[in-house]
Write a protein that binds this ligand. Structure first.
Ligand code: GLA
Length: 412
């Protein structure tokens, strides 16, 4: 090694300290299922045995994930949200699952999920209590991290309710990160730190990325179009702040996919899927996999959309233009490709044509001199070789999205 190279190496080591959260996980956005949006805190298993938060629900979802193609499509994590624990810690101060609803315990559930080649996620809170009032981890970070590791948990979602003072958020999230690292088990760490900090201060996204594998910025997703657009508008209006933090190992989390439930039309489901792919968002569904309509399932399992989401370059897309009721989003992909989404925000009228002239794109270089264009949504179509001045007419339904990729063709 030459002296110059040795000095450069040394400098790079001293100037850029390694991330405290060095778990090597979430190199692409996490994919899985989480109970919250669909099943919430339904703990009345006498009244609603099939729709309450209990071990059978997660076992059944794991069964479906393997049998109905979800695992093959890339969905890997079966995640428990709030309302799983007993109201009290055990005699040793450890969290314990509600004995009536999780009689076999979380370790057995983890074994069940692992035997299917899937992973198990669990939930706690950085404050004294969870948002639904169950015991939180404040003052118990090491014990809880060890308990989760001992149970074989693979992901922890740490909520941010009931923190005595918002200034404790940063410390709490960092302490749990360290405690998880110390267990030696690979546990994906899903935070809500920025969401709870925004009302008081602009979060430090460098610190957040150094601490968490994914983090919620904006409010809880609901099963409605206004909720999905609210989240998109939040992301677009904060994109300068949030997108630089995203990349392999750490992702902005706009919350769960609600496709397959009650509130979104099929076009709106296409929009959520396409835009979550553009945002390099974790693809965590909350729906009932035992009863989901085939079209929603096909959309959630669409390999082309998933490939955009999971692109190894890991750059988060941004909204580059908004005019005449259309929005244009761009996301750079690996191998010099670009993904483009055209969202029709107009909620009146019928399908509208979006004239895409490649030369006028903010990233026009992708088609200079020529590129190959593939439409992924609303349906897969090869649009062939195009040049800078080709005009493509994309037809987009109200509240729907057209998703395409551009692959540059080399200059001779
Ligand atoms: C908060 C979180 C949600 C969910 C609930 C559970 O609202 O943001 O995602 O975990 O708490 O109580």
């Amino acid at each position: 090694m030459s002296q110059a190279v040795a000095v450069a190496l040394l400098l790079s080591l001293t100037v850029r300290p390694s991330r405290p959260l060095d778990n090597g996980l979430a190199l692409t956005p996490t994919m899985g299922w989480l109970h919250w949006e669909r099943f919430m805190c339904n703990v009345d298993c006498a009244l609603e045995p099939d729709n309450c938060v209990r071990e059978e629900l997660f076992m059944q979802m794991a069964d479906r994930m393997v049998e109905d193609g979800w695992k093959d499509a890339g969905y890997e994590f079966v995640c428990i949200d709030d309302c799983w624990p007993a109201r009290q810690r055990d005699a040793q101060g450890r969290l314990q699952a509600d004995p009536a609803r999780f009689p076999s315990g979380i370790k057995k559930l983890a074994n069940y999920v692992h035997a299917k080649g899937l992973k198990l996620g669990i939930y706690s809170d950085v404050g004294t209590r969870t948002c639904a009032g169950y015991p939180g981890s404040l003052g118990h970070f090491e014990t809880d991290a060890e308990t989760f590791a001992d149970w074989g948990v693979d992901l922890l979602k740490l909520d941010g309710c009931n923190v005595p003072n918002w200034t404790l958020l940063a410390e709490g999230y960092k302490n749990m990160s360290k405690a998880l690292n110390q267990t030696g088990r690979g546990i994906v760490y899903s935070c809500e730190w920025p969401l709870y900090e925004w009302p008081y201060t602009q979060p430090n996204y460098t610190a957040i990325r150094d601490t968490c594998n994914q983090w919620r910025n904006s409010g809880d997703v609901y099963d409605s179009w206004s909720s999905v657009t609210g989240i998109l508008d939040w992301a677009a209006s904060h994109q300068k702040t949030i997108t630089p933090a995203a990349g392999p190992g750490g992702w902005n989390d706009p919350d769960m996919l609600v496709l397959g439930n009650f509130g979104l039309s099929y076009d709106q489901q296409q929009t959520q899927m396409a835009l979550w792919a553009m945002m390099a968002a974790p693809l965590i569904m909350s729906n009932d996999l035992r009863n989901i309509c085939p079209r929603s399932r096909e959309l959630l399992q669409n390999p082309h959309v998933i490939a955009v989401n999971q692109d190894p370059l890991g750059r988060q897309g941004v909204r580059v233009a908004s005019a005449a009721g259309f929005e244009l989003w761009e996301r750079p992909l690996s191998r010099d490709r670009l993904a483009l989404a055209v969202l029709n925000r107009q909620e009146i009228g019928g399908p509208r044509l979006f004239p895409l002239v490649l030369a006028t794109l903010p990233s026009s270089s992708y088609c200079d001199p020529r590129c190959n264009v593939t439409q992924i949504l609303p349906e897969y179509r090869e649009l062939g070789v195009q040049d800078l001045f080709s005009k493509l007419l994309l037809q987009v339904n109200p509240t729907g999205t057209a998703l395409i990729t551009l692959t540059p063709l080399k200059k001779h």
